[in-house]
Write a protein that binds this ligand. Structure first.
Ligand code: SAH
Length: 262
């Protein structure tokens, strides 16, 4: 029975998150002959390779670390960024609002650092990205390649272009936007999406959300809704059970709508 189970031990080439006793997190790529250096000695990568996740490891001067594969959230918060990324709380909500499914034909614009791209790919979408800046397009591609397995990367294509000027794709299932003026994309989305297709836009300000909603009024989009995701952690420690003192008060608004047949 157990012979059929996949081998999930850590391998060369993979990323690992090393967590120290103070819960500080370090993202490391395992290399042949590599070493992870800290102020309390170093940890040869060879001692991490072959271990199962959660393994406790000791540096040469006795500091202890726990090794895990980074989750998508961990990676998004740690990866190199060009543009500001969409935060995990919003990425999760976008997947549901856009109703992303395996094989969905999705147009994403702008692509920025690729955080949303990875989220869509992981949910099985086939993603075409339009990004106006070449350097961001390259950064996104790099980030996607370093986190997503090749079978997901195979469904990812980024073009350097301005989404306000038009969309060449047709019969798209979904369009997901994170750019300053999403209302400029509405006329193009009407021809690029199939009937019943969904458009989702992430906007940092409510003025942008309102402008998009106003643009929907005389369009073929229906069922528009705008919301925000408030994520409040709780401290649970013995008798101290209360909300965390700090929270991220604002990231952005999510607006979605569905296309009617023309
Ligand atoms: N969602 C991304 C971040 C996108 S940041 C992530 O999670 O990583 C917004 C991006 O939109 C920037 O990279 C910017 O260059 C791009 N952009 C702005 N206007 C655009 C346009 N008209 N067409 C295509 N991309 C655009």
């Amino acid at each position: 029975m157990t012979d059929d189970l996949p081998d999930r031990s850590l391998r060369v080439g993979e990323k690992v998150l090393l967590i120290d006793r103070k819960k500080r997190r370090y993202l490391v790529t395992l290399e042949e002959g590599g070493e992870f250096h800290t102020h309390s000695g170093f940890l040869p990568h060879a001692e991490i390779v072959g271990q199962d996740e959660g393994a406790a490891l000791r540096s040469t001067r006795g500091a202890t670390f726990t090794a895990f594969r980074p989750t998508l959230s961990d990676f998004v918060l740690k990866m190199p960024r060009g543009a500001q990324v969409i935060y995990p709380k919003d990425l999760g909500a976008i997947l549901m609002q856009a109703d992303i499914f395996p094989g969905a034909r999705v147009l994403e614009s702008g692509v920025g650092s690729g955080a949303l791209s990875m989220t869509l790919l992981r949910a099985g979408a086939h993603v075409t990205g339009y990004e106006i800046r070449d350097d961001f397009a390259a950064r996104a591609r790099k980030n996607v390649e370093s986190f997503c397995p090749p079978e997901q990367v195979a469904h990812y294509r980024v073009e350097q272009r301005d989404c306000y000027e038009g969309i060449d794709e047709v019969a798209l299932d979904r369009i997901v936007l994170d750019l300053p003026e999403p209302w400029q994309v509405v006329p193009h989305a009407q021809t690029a999406l199939r009937p019943g297709g969904i458009l989702v836009a992430y906007t940092p300000t409510i003025i942008q959300a309102v402008q998009l909603r106003e643009r929907f009024v005389d369009s073929e989009f229906e069922l528009a809704e705008t919301m925000e995701v408030l994520h409040r952690g709780w401290n649970i420690d013995g008798t101290s059970v209360r909300p965390d003192h700090r929270m991220v008060a604002h990231t952005g608004f999510l607006t979605h709508a569905r296309l009617l047949p023309a």
